[in-house]
Design a protein around this ligand. Sequence first.
Ligand SMILES: [Zn+2]
Length: 261
Amino acid sequence: MIFLPLIIFIFGLIIGSFLNVVILRINTGRSIAKGRSKCARCSTTLSWYELIPVFSFLTLRGKCKTCKNPISFQYPLVELTTALVFTILYTKILLSNGFNFFGIVSFLGASTISALLIVIFAYDIKHKIIPDKIVYPFIIISLASVFWRNVFGDNDMLIKDLFAGPALAAPFFFLWFFSKGRAMGFGDVKLSLGIGWLLGLAGSLATFFLSFWLGAIVGLLLMASSKTSLKSEIAFAPFLIIAVFIVGVFSVTLQSLFPIW
Ligand SMILES: [Zn+2]
């Protein structure tokens, strides 16, 4: 059964390659499905072997073949991250639930949610905004996951799980409202609503603390390296999303974050 994880990893690379196109073209008016990829500088249409995930980046040594313009590290990073996340979800969800209907649908749902979060992660770093076209599907699938877990799975806390979305979004809403959008964007409020529904109350609480710690650590490191000042804006969604993956994959709880409790 070594082949299946390998197939899922390669499938993840291909999806990651597609996510790069989504990140590049969303809100630009360009169709995601139509039009071959081009070099960002010289507009040379890329040939099929320049589109192979990760490998083309390595064989081209990170440069455009025609104009030698450096290719962004975003491309191989998004491809490898997607492949890695899909493989982890395979072992966490498919192997533990078995290859039954519940296991397969759960795996496909978690993979879709992960793909949306990876797009939000990269897009927020690049543009300091969370695209509605990505965060709304995320919110809807996360809400569906509440019913999926509690009706078809063995969870039995429908009301608590439904409450978790607004509960996690509330502090972000107040941060957004009272800072007039300076401390937190409204996109973070929407994102946290979906995260609450995805992880439930316990997971949301752990994600809340973990994301602020990660944000504080990275913020201090950036200031120490004087790459940024206190005033400069740091996108917050990436910290939330890293926290979601840590909490989701390692089943982090508040007790494991605060052992004294
Ligand atoms: Zn070029």
